[in-house]
Design a protein around this ligand. Structure first.
Ligand code: NAP
Length: 535
């Protein structure tokens, strides 16, 4: 399908939400010759690789959709309040078919080097199998949570059981029946997978380092009339999402918990908890900015969780939180805490008994030996930068992005990188991305990149790149914005790069909220792409 010697106007890497829309935008709106390169053998991105049991989105389905096309909104019907991985993968396949995107996607190719050549003002892109392509524009649409974080366990290569990482789950069904299973990690992925694995496994051992708050998902099948209403009301839903700090279809409550006295406060908390979902986090004003309000909410959630767990010692371990509620993205669960009441499930505190090494048949901790047929690593990702650094991007002065970002990622608007001309990162570090309902910030970034390229093409310009001082200022301002929130109180969070040994500690996503981010981008455009060098 692809001709390795041919030139493209634009090469996009990654066929998830971002890459698919970017291909459509550049190919069908700007009429550019585009190639999308994807490592998997299907579309989906995050939702192609994260097919572990229970994988499900935490944004409501009608919000977790593209909104750039009324046609797509009208033709697709979601079946559940929160879409599961198979349904999201099916949706992205539907979009790829509707927009006829597959003809310009090269599947099963892993990009391993992207080098800018000044003479030709082009990007030379090679893949693991030796194929080579070139293009004026290079767009990384590789996702924020796509580079798996694999813990270093001494002797793991000698372990004879099966190992799976939630972020790189095989396509075939894994049967846990009659097996002894270990899960390392208690983040969002583990919280979704554990209840389902526990239903099948003979024995399930969960290895926990830090407990996580979690809010009940309260998932349900969407009645036909509700889906119909969502389609009819899509414009007003979009308006709310564009105004919301997180791009979600509701706004933050107008009163803080501090302002509400008892017994009304508990009643309102209880009502919000019963509805479940991420809306609980936003039910009151300033929960992530005001410590006193957050304390009230954190205590409420802690008590609600503890009530579900029968064994007081297990309850203590599962609620010994080291961070304020929602300073890490709170997972949504279905029977996670109740799962620890089952006879076949046990919890190991890794602080009390750290893993010493793997054995032929499992794991040995400081005080116990665990024989495991299957080991599930639910240990998260080298978030926001890991997948970009894997592309082998080399910019204007022969500098690799890995070296340029050694002390932390430098971007302007979370999209442009100084000294990397015509290179664009979608949902990159310094953009709101992971703090939002992803499709909203992705659509905004894709359209921004489209506008930049359109401007260059219409004005006969060769390149666009970030001004180093604008990038420095953007990063500095972002750290200040983060310091005004309680996000920075979660000292071990991946938002701060703290889950990866040696990763620079700073706040990776943009902390000022989606509306403020859009305003900054729009203002830059109004000022003639202020903060960017065009040549
Ligand atoms: P995560 O939140 O980073 O959780 C990883 C877990 O593994 C943590 O419990 C962590 O413990 C543990 N861990 C990591 N390295 C370890 C080690 N060496 N030894 C022992 N334990 C270790 O990763 P995730 O659960 O995959 O979720 C990542 C993000 O993906 C979420 O925050 C969310 O944004 C997104 N996500 C969303 C959904 C959804 O939409 N519903 C579902 C899944 C994921 P510590 O906490 O002590 O580091």
């Amino acid at each position: 399908m692809t001709d390795p010697v041919s030139n493209y106007d634009a090469i996009i890497v990654g066929a998830g939400f971002a890459g698919l829309y970017q291909l459509h935008r550049l190919r069908d709106k700007l009429k550019l010759k585009c190639l999308l390169i994807e490592a998997g053998d299907g579309v989906g991105g995050t939702w192609y690789w994260n097919r572990y049991p229970g994988a499900r989105c935490d944004s409501p389905s009608h919000a977790y959709s593209y909104y750039f096309s009324e046609d797509l909104i009208k033709k697709w019907t979601w079946t559940e309040r929160y879409p599961g991985q198979p349904e999201i993968e099916a949706y992205l396949n539907f979009v790829a078919d509707e927009l006829d995107l597959r003809t310009d996607i090269c599947f099963g190719q892993t990009v391993n080097r992207c080098k800018y050549t000044k003479d030709q003002n082009s990007w030379h892109v090679t893949t693991a199998d030796g194929s080579a392509f070139s293009a004026k524009y290079l767009i990384a649409a590789v996702g924020c949570l796509s580079m798996s974080n694999k813990p270093v366990i001494k002797g793991i290569e000698t372990y004879t059981g099966s190992i799976f990482h939630t972020g790189n789950w095989p396509k075939e069904d894994i049967n846990f029946s009659g097996k002894s299973v270990g899960v390392i990690g208690t983040g969002a992925s583990a919280i979704q997978a554990i209840p389902l694995i526990a239903e099948q496994a003979k024995r399930l051992t969960v290895f926990q380092r830090t407990p996580n708050y979690s809010v009940p998902a309260c998932n349900y099948k969407l009645p036909g009339k509700v889906s119909k209403k969502y389609k009819e009301e899509w414009r007003s839903t979009l308006e709310i999402m564009q105004t919301s700090r997180n791009g979600l279809p509701w706004l933050e409550g107008d009163k803080s918990l501090q302002e509400i006295s008892e017994p009304t406060r508990t009643k309102l908390l209880e009502d919000a908890w019963q509805k479940g979902g991420l809306a609980f986090r936003e039910a009151f004003k300033g929960t992530l900015r005001d410590r006193k309000s957050n304390n009230i909410m954190s205590t409420f959630v802690k008590n609600k969780i503890a009530e579900k767990i029968e064994n007081p010692e297990v309850a203590k371990l599962l609620t010994d939180f080291d961070h304020p509620f929602a300073s890490k993205r709170p997972p949504l669960d279905t029977n996670y805490f109740e799962t620890f009441n089952k006879e076949n499930v046990s919890l190991v505190d890794l602080n009390e008994q750290p893993i010493k090494h793997a054995t032929l048949n499992g794991l040995e901790t400081k005080s116990e030996i665990f024989n495991l047929d299957v080991l599930v690593l639910a240990t998260g990702f080298d978030a926001m930068t890991g997948a970009i650094e894997k592309l082998g991007v080399i910019g204007r002065f022969g500098t690799s992005i890995n070296d340029f970002w050694r002390d932390g990622p430098k971007t302007y608007l979370g999209v442009h990188v100084p000294n990397f001309p015509n290179f664009f990162v979608l949902a990159g570090p310094g953009s709101p991305s992971v703090l939002t309902n992803m499709p909203r910030s992705i659509e905004f970034n894709v359209e921004w990149v489209g506008d930049c390229i359109d401007h260059l093409e219409k004005n006969g310009l060769s390149y666009i790149e970030a001004d180093p001082s604008a990038s420095d200022e953007w990063s500095k301002d972002n750290q200040n914005l983060a310091n005004e929130t309680l996000f920075v109180d979660a000292k071990h969070s991946w938002y701060l790069g703290a889950n990866i040994p040696g990763k620079p500690r700073l706040f990776y996503p943009y902390a000022g909220g989606f509306p403020k981010y859009k305003a900054a981008c729009n203002e830059a455009k109004l000022q003639g792409f202020d903060g960017l060098i065009l040549g």
